[in-house]
Design a protein around this ligand. Structure first.
Ligand code: CAA
Length: 388
């Protein structure tokens, strides 16, 4: 049976996330955006009320929420500010490979810490020369006895400056292309240098840094999954986290739609509120459709995961459509505000700046199209399991 009715628990979770977003995030969003202020106080509060580490398994004290529930929360938080929501949600991206491939002992240590304190973890995949083309990465992990030694630099790392743990992808067999990559869980130490905090167009309250590993020693037990199977682990991770990005994009689009709707009822031109003009009505209608379809695609891609199914194409559909829609809806909101939309005193220019990153991080809209085209032309679903 196809049913999008939320349970009472899910409705209560949405209300909790919405209230937190309205009271703790949205009110300060413009201020944090202005100077790119790091929202540690909001992260601390969200940890206290249980809105961090939604994915952490229950056996380690976590909430163990479903993918759908993570998406419900993600939309609400990003409705308040997607930069702050990204800071709050990045632990999910770093944790997904650990859930997929980490040993029980390592998971207990890692999630035990995340659940106990508002600690952060960063996902370290991208490098200056390896963005969309993941397998061209140069970071090396050389096995020496019962340790691996990591060397290399990762860029655009969300929460990199403040993280205690890093999920790092590195080449263990440099001549084997994507079949020579492995993943490691790395605890921060003095050999890891963090620099180049990026000054960004949007999502300015989220931290984006360069993380460099200099002869960083990692015990072999922190290898996640099998050696040289890191590429697939990264792809499976992104299948699981792109619905969350799509949910945040939906939150941005919904905020833009709501602002534009309210404004169009107040702003009078030619003797009537501009909402009375069909030119504006049609824009509002298209914006509303995009928000609605973004949410449906997002929820579908998440529910497939909750059912234990592979969701590669649906995840890319959702991420691509919701991100592009967020950009379009936010741009249209600025248009409906007219000249005022271009002014920082009004809320929609921030949404337009924030929306842009949704089309870039966790795989650009072009990469999503590439995945969709490949999955459509050459479906791999039957041969590929949903688990590691
Ligand atoms: N699940 C399981 N296996 C998969 C898979 C999936 N979803 N996708 C690919 N694979 C497997 C393939 O079956 C293939 O397996 P074999 O070795 O058995 O042949 C292998 O992986 C290689 O696949 P491809 O040939 O498709 O690999 P590719 O090099 O052409 O790359 C790509 C594919 C889709 C372009 C991929 O590289 C990609 O997604 N790039 C974008 C990376 C990205 O999203 N980066 C964002 C980083 S996170 C971030 O943004 C940071 C942040 O803090 C927010």
């Amino acid at each position: 049976m196809v049913d999008f009715t939320l349970s009472d628990e899910q409705l209560a979770l949405r209300e909790l996330a919405h209230d937190f977003s309205a009271n703790e995030i949205r009110k300060v969003a413009a201020e944090y955006d202005k100077d790119g202020t790091w929202p540690q106080d909001i992260i601390d509060k969200s940890h206290e009320v249980g809105l961090m580490n939604l994915h952490a398994p229950e056996r380690f004290g976590g909430a163990g929420l479903s993918f759908l529930e993570e998406c419900i929360v993600g939309e609400e938080l990003a409705w308040g500010c997607s930069g702050i929501a990204t800071s709050m949600g990045a632990n999910g991206l770093a944790s997904a490979p650990v859930i997929l491939g980490g040993s029980e002992e390592v998971q207990e240590e890692f999630f035990g810490e995340l659940v106990a304190e508002p600690k952060l973890a960063s996902f370290c995949l991208t490098e200056p020369g390896a963005g969309s083309d993941v397998s061209s990465m140069r970071t090396r992990a050389e096995k020496k006895g019962d340790k691996y030694v990591l060397n290399g630099s990762k860029c655009f790392i969300t929460n990199g400056t403040y993280a205690d743990w890093y999920t790092v992808y590195a080449k263990t067999d440099p001549d084997a292309g994507h079949r020579g990559m492995s993943a490691f869980l790395v605890r921060r130490d003095d050999t890891i240098v963090i620099d180049k905090k990026e000054d960004k167009m949007g999502q300015r309250a989220s931290n984006t840094a360069t993380v460099t590993f200099n002869d960083t020693e990692v015990d072999a037990k922190y290898l996640i999954g099998e050696e040289n199977k890191g590429f697939k682990l990264a792809m499976m991770t992104l299948d699981r986290t792109r619905p969350g990005v799509a949910a945040m994009a939906t939150g941005i689009a919904r905020a833009a739609l709501e602002h534009a709707t309210e404004y169009s009822k107040e702003r009078v031109q030619f003797g009537v509120p501009i909402a009375m003009h069909q030119a504006i009505q049609f824009m509002i209608a298209d914006m509303a459709t995009k928000v609605h379809l973004s949410r449906l695609a997002t929820w579908h891609s998440a529910v497939l995961l909750d059912q234990g199914n592979r969701n590669t194409i649906e995840s890319s559909h959702a991420k691509r459509f919701a991100s592009d829609s967020a950009m379009e809806v936010a741009t249209d909101a600025v248009q409906i505000y007219g000249g005022y939309g271009f002014i920082k005193e009004y809320p929609v220019e921030k949404l337009m700046r924030d929306a842009k990153i949704m089309q870039l991080y966790e795989g650009t809209s072009q990469i999503q199209r590439l995945v969709i085209a490949r999955e459509t032309l050459l479906p791999r679903r039957a041969e590929a399991p949903a688990t590691a």
